[in-house]
Design a protein around this ligand. Structure first.
Ligand SMILES: Nc1ncnc2c1ncn2[C@@H]1O[C@H](COP(=O)(O)OP(=O)(O)OP(=O)(O)O)[C@@H](O)[C@H]1O
Ligand SMILES: [Mg+2]
Length: 253
């Protein structure tokens, strides 16, 4: 039962989620503290195309040439402001910030071939803890920084790192019911997945594209101290369903 003492959660909001209103209702209504991390893939893709840039992905990561980084950051941070306003309007005071604020997400370049794509080296979680203590919900855009400037961090990667640093359960809300045995069949949800099973499914190509960084982030969160991690479809009742274990895919470290 979710009561007054509802558990604090780290929730990653997928940029692919379309019915944002329903999801914001769900998040705003959750009775416990939340730390939120959001993606923005589709919106970034639309803006890059509008500005005449080509995009390609490698293992689910958006290749980010340095001259696209400013636009990526602009789109993500604007999206964060919209989501934060939507949550605040629904009665959950939320502040949008990015991983550059307070030097929260210290990162390094993953691979020069991907451009300004970062992986998290260190999370400075103090600012987030202070916001929670103040009754404010932090909503983090997945931008990190190195000594050169901002880095584009996959939102799942960022969320996993933050969940680990704060020791919070990591919930990845996306546009599919969980990890599917057949990505074309929504009823083929795998309720539980071990690290070894993840490896097999990746080798088989069953877990592909954007699901790769997601399950890797979930396993990483577990390895760094998150008590549990799960992937599920964002929508009404999803958080309760995850807490009860009736929805989504739980990853086992
Ligand atoms: N085995 C699988 N089961 C479920 N989905 C899979 C699987 N393999 C690949 N996918 C893909 O992963 C997608 C989810 O990742 P995606 O990166 O597109 O969304 P997101 O992470 O929620 O959004 P964003 O990247 O904007 O934050 C699904 O829509 C699906 O196409
Ligand atoms: Mg994604």
């Amino acid at each position: 039962m979710m009561g007054r003492m509802a558990q604090a959660l780290l929730v990653k909001i997928g940029g692919s989620l379309r019915e944002a209103g329903e999801l914001l209702d769900e998040l705003a209504g959750y009775p416990g503290p939340l730390v939120l991390v959001h993606g923005g893939g589709p919106r970034i893709g639309e803006w890059l195309a509008r500005m005449g840039f080509e995009t390609r992905f490698q293992r689910g990561l958006r290749v980010t040439p340095p001259d696209q980084m400013e636009l990526v950051e602009m789109v993500l941070t604007t999206l964060g402001k919209e989501l934060a306003a939507g949550l605040s309007r629904r009665g959950r005071p939320t502040v949008a910030l990015s991983g550059r604020d307070g030097l929260m997400l210290q990162a390094r370049v993953v691979d020069e071939a991907l451009g300004r794509v970062g992986e998290v080296e260190r999370v400075r979680a103090t600012l987030l803890e202070q916001m929670l203590q103040a009754g404010v919900t932090p909503l983090v855009a997945p931008i990190g920084l190195d000594e050169v400037g901002p880095l584009n961090i996959n939102a799942d990667t960022a969320a996993g790192a933050v969940a680990g640093a704060l020791g919070l359960p990591a919930v990845f809300l996306t546009d599919v019911e969980g990890v599917l045995r057949d990505p074309k069949d929504p009823s083929s949800r795998l309720p539980v997945l071990s690290r070894a099973e993840v490896r097999v499914l990746m080798d088989q190509g069953v877990i592909s594209g954007g699901m790769i960084p997601k399950v890797e982030a979930a396993l990483n969160a577990l390895a760094r101290g998150a008590p549990w991690a799960a992937v599920a479809k964002g929508g009404p009742g999803v958080l309760q369903g995850l807490l009860e274990g009736t929805l989504g895919t739980r990853l086992l470290g």
